[in-house]
Design a protein around this ligand. Structure first.
Ligand code: OGA
Ligand code: NI
Length: 342
């Protein structure tokens, strides 16, 4: 499959022209920056200790305000399930070209498809990205699982089990955020977090990581994202105008605030721009679980954050209208944000 980087990326000594970003957009020397340790790693087992519970919730809220990112460990999801899920996801990209051809589609409406580096964000210009991905909905499981790949043979089993656990983890985190912000604890429980999609991203090792990107600068359009990483680094977050590198912790999940959570919190929580860089020695596979509102759900700043001194900063809209606009504007953060300001 000549379109998929995973089919030829390992055999080239240089990056093809169409993958080279203009100098101002390429990572350059920033493809290799030291890990930033200020993005907190939060131990969720501390929640069981009455003395530490309050502090843990405060740390989650503070990280969501300051970075829009944090990692969680001791989250209750079986480490072995995480490992098996990663393995079966990696296998997808090692399958034959014949297999990939059947799964590949250019139709964005197809619920389960393998796809590649077509520019999707405003910040890619016309460049291709050094990434292939498989995406499909994963909640409610019964509705979607039969559409997923039947090969690798354990794909449905592991990804299904992991999706159920990740959805529970997301709900738990949303309840903690609600508590920390002073919303009623079940605020996000129903329609606001009613759907979940997974994007299994695969970034093959790249001969010239300074010239290209795996994912260009963007913010996630959904409510909250839970990212399963392996031990290979690549994710960078834009913080006060500087790119900072996130340490990959294979036993942790990385959590990030999406546009909808920023809007509902009336700007208190921050959805930060981020990107993925490649590296020359290791392929990297991640799974981004995008928890999102149902399409007809009305999104607006929660009443709890609004009074005469704090007017709503954002309009009220249907999530599906936001999604269409985000896609039409190729996820350009500034343009999208501006048009949903009150
Ligand atoms: C995404 C994303 C980052 C990564 O899929 O939205 O930001 O490290 N992925 O794979
Ligand atoms: Ni993202």
């Amino acid at each position: 499959m000549e379109k998929l980087v995973s089919s030829w990326g390992n055999n080239v000594k240089s990056v093809p022209e169409s993958y080279i970003f203009p100098p101002e957009l390429r990572p350059g020397n920033n493809h290799k920056i030291p890990f930033n340790t200020s993005i907190p790693v939060i131990d969720l087992s501390e929640l069981e200790n009455d003395h530490h519970r309050f502090q843990t919730i405060q740390t989650i809220v503070k990280a969501s305000e300051e970075f829009g990112f944090f990692q969680v460990i001791n989250h209750g999801i079986d480490i072995n399930l995480m490992k098996e899920t990663r393995n079966v996801m990696k296998e997808v990209f090692e399958m034959s070209d014949e297999y990939k051809r059947k799964l590949y589609s250019e139709d964005p409406l197809k619920p389960c498809r393998l796809h590649t580096s077509r520019p999707t964000h405003a910040t890619d210009g016309n460049q291709h990205l050094w990434r292939d991905y498989l995406n499909h909905p994963c909640h409610p499981l019964e509705e979607w699982q039969h559409l997923w790949p039947q090969n690798p043979t354990k794909y449905r089993e592991y990804v299904g089990a992991c999706s159920v656990e990740v959805k529970k983890l997301a709900s738990r985190i949303l309840r903690l955020i609600s508590e920390g912000l002073g919303l009623k604890c079940e605020y996000f429980d129903k329609e606001l977090s009613g759907s979940m999609l997974v994007s299994v991203n695969h970034y093959p090792a790249c001969p010239e990581p300074s010239l290209t990107l795996g994912v260009s600068k963007h913010s996630d359009p959904n409510l909250i994202t839970i990212l399963l990483q392996d031990y290979v680094s690549g994710l960078q977050v834009l913080h006060h105008g500087q790119w900072i590198a996130v340490e990959p912790l294979p036993d942790a999940f990385l959590v990030n605030v999406g546009f909808q959570l920023q809007i509902i919190s009336n700007g208190r929580l921050k959805c930060s721009d981020h990107r993925a860089v490649t590296n020359s020695s290791d392929a990297r596979t991640t799974a981004a679980f995008f928890v999102a509102p149902l399409l007809d759900c009305v999104i607006e700043p929660a009443q709890a954050f609004i009074d005469e001194h704090h007017p709503p900063l954002f309009k009220s809209f249907k999530y599906k209208d936001f999604r269409s606009y985000y896609i039409a504007e190729k996820g350009d953060t500034e343009v999208v944000m501006k048009s949903f300001l009150a």
